[in-house]
Ligand binder design. Structure first.
Ligand SMILES: Cc1cc2nc3c(=O)[nH]c(=O)nc-3n(C[C@H](O)[C@H](O)[C@H](O)COP(=O)(O)OP(=O)(O)OC[C@H]3O[C@@H](n4cnc5c(N)ncnc54)[C@H](O)[C@@H]3O)c2cc1C
Ligand code: FES
Length: 266
């Protein structure tokens, strides 16, 4: 983990309200693993807003399966409030104070041959990094992704072509109509690892599905955060092993660890 001033290389909208922010900071680009996140100071030289904003890493230039130069990495964010509005205004050449990479990444054990990814909305971000890693390791990847509408969908062109990418939209404007979880049952026998990220109701639906015995499922949680250093306890979630900090003990957890009976996970 490093605190550094990263240089903005590019910042552009690639889908409705979704900005792809390309940064250059070679140590961070080299160190990051799929599922980890960066904590960005979003105000200019001031401390307003006081809190940094966490964003997962989408792609890194270390991977040979994309066209990013080494030393650079991409973030993708949805503009939802003041912090992300400020990030959307960054221009090439600006400097951003970035802390990271942070958190526990996804783990693909050596025996995995078929990886099933399940993303909801902006939750696709850490799964794109994981898809690239899996392709690099010659693992077959099917990526199921659900969006509210076609204009918000992550573009297929920004995924390695080896990835089977299947989308659903709530309004039926692209791909299958309905929730992404309705596509899952057809793929559960094929997969030997499932990794997911998205809104809590999506993850909870995944938890309720009948799965082949022993099929491991890892999920990345996106709780509100304060320090992202394990100190403030602002990101604690309940698990079967007691309270856990999303920033340090996660954001990636085994699905089996989650305790869905608590309203905080809804
Ligand atoms: C580990 C982690 C990884 C993340 N990765 C990404 C990413 O790759 N791309 C991305 O767009 N967003 C990601 N997020 C969420 C992102 O951090 C928030 O959207 C962002 O901080 C909002 O800042 P803001 O100032 O624009 O909005 P605020 O003004 O702080 O909030 C605006 C609205 O967004 C909601 N919100 C804020 N933070 C979160 C959150 N963590 N989860 C759910 N709702 C939230 C608020 O409740 C409010 O309704 C991630 C969060 C975590 C914890
Ligand atoms: S954000 Fe402070 S402990 Fe996790």
């Amino acid at each position: 983990m490093k605190q550094a001033l990263a240089t903005v290389i590019d910042n552009r909208m690639i889908a409705q309200g979704m900005h792809l922010l390309r940064l250059e900071e070679p140590d961070q680009a080299r160190a990051v693993r799929p599922g980890q996140f960066m904590h960005l100071r979003v105000g200019e030289a001031s401390f307003d807003p006081l809190l940094r904003r966490p964003l997962s890493v989408l792609r890194t230039g270390v991977s040979p399966v994309n066209d990013l130069p080494a030393g650079q990495y991409d973030l993708l964010f949805d503009v939802v409030g003041r912090g992300t509005r400020l990030l959307a205004q960054l221009r090439p050449g600006d400097l951003v104070d970035v802390l990271g990479p942070l958190g526990r990444p996804f783990q693909i054990s050596p025996g995995v041959r078929h990886l099933l990814l399940v993303g909801g909305g902006i939750g696709v971000v850490p799964l794109v990094a994981l898809a690239e890693e899996a392709v690099r390791r010659r693992i077959a990847v099917t990526f199921l992704a659900g969006f509210r509408t076609a204009a918000k969908a992550y573009p297929a062109a920004l995924l390695p072509r080896e990835v089977e990418y299947i989308i659903s939209t709530d309004d039926g404007s692209a791909g299958h109509r309905g929730y992404v979880t309705s596509l899952l049952p057809d793929f559960l026998q094929w997969a030997d690892l499932v990794c997911a990220c998205g809104p809590s109701p999506m993850l909870e639906a995944l938890a309720r599905l009948e799965r082949p015995r022993g099929l491991p499922v890892q999920i990345a949680m996106e709780e509100h955060m304060g320090c992202a250093m394990g100190v403030c306890l602002g990101c604690v979630i309940p698990t079967r092993h007691g309270p856990q900090r999303v920033c340090r003990d996660g954001p990636v957890f085994d699905l089996e660890e989650m305790d869905w009976s608590w309203p905080v996970l809804r």
